[in-house]
Design a protein around this ligand. Structure first.
Ligand SMILES: [Zn+2]
Length: 185
């Protein structure tokens, strides 16, 4: 096994397309380490989020490259939506093009849940899943973690979620506040 070990704290967004966007250590304030750091890591992520069956064939290098390309396009799309701007037609065109490449492997169940019947179809499945959110933005809207920029849909009752996870960014903030209150740096 090579690459990232996936934990529940990597799957906090409330939608697989956003969890996919969150496969870097951080997006803000500057781009952090790549978590899809090997074909094996991407393969295990796909199984971790139930996008492919554990019996699926390994991920090819070209599939990982397509996925990483798609992810950079999705960042633009969801950042635009989050900021209240429309999606750039050039960005939408790239999502649609990726949705078509491998579409024969995309499986949509009667409840709208999307999976891929082969790892080669994973980027297409992720593109289709992203279109769900782009064409039908969720209520409440997509937000980004104040700490690391990971996207999430805020389904908390108070609608005041600020962090990707209380165990990571939320906890860092609490510790920083505690230190500030004690006059430490
Ligand atoms: Zn965060």
């Amino acid at each position: 096994m090579t690459g990232t070990v996936w934990l529940d704290d990597h799957v906090v967004a409330g939608h697989v397309a956003l969890d996919f966007c969150n496969t870097v250590y951080r997006r803000t304030p500057e781009l952090g380490a790549e978590l899809l750091d090997s074909t094996d890591a991407f393969y295990r992520w796909l199984i971790h989020v139930d996008l492919v069956a554990p019996t699926a064939e390994p991920v090819k290098a070209a599939t990982l490259r397509a996925a990483v390309d798609l992810r950079s396009v999705l960042w633009k799309a969801f950042d635009a939506q989050r900021a209240g701007r429309g999606i750039d037609p050039a960005v939408l065109a790239r999502v649609l093009a990726q949705a078509r490449r491998g579409a024969e492997h995309v499986v949509v169940d009667p409840y709208g849940a999307i999976t891929a019947s082969a790892t080669a179809g994973a980027p297409a499945a992720l593109a289709v899943a992203s279109l769900q959110l782009l064409l039908h933005p969720p209520t409440p809207a997509i937000r980004a973690c104040d700490g690391c920029g990971w996207f999430f849909v805020d389904t908390s009752r108070s609608r005041r979620r600020r962090w990707c996870s209380m165990r990571t960014c939320g906890n860092e903030h609490k510790v920083a506040r505690y230190r500030a209150a004690r006059g430490e740096r």
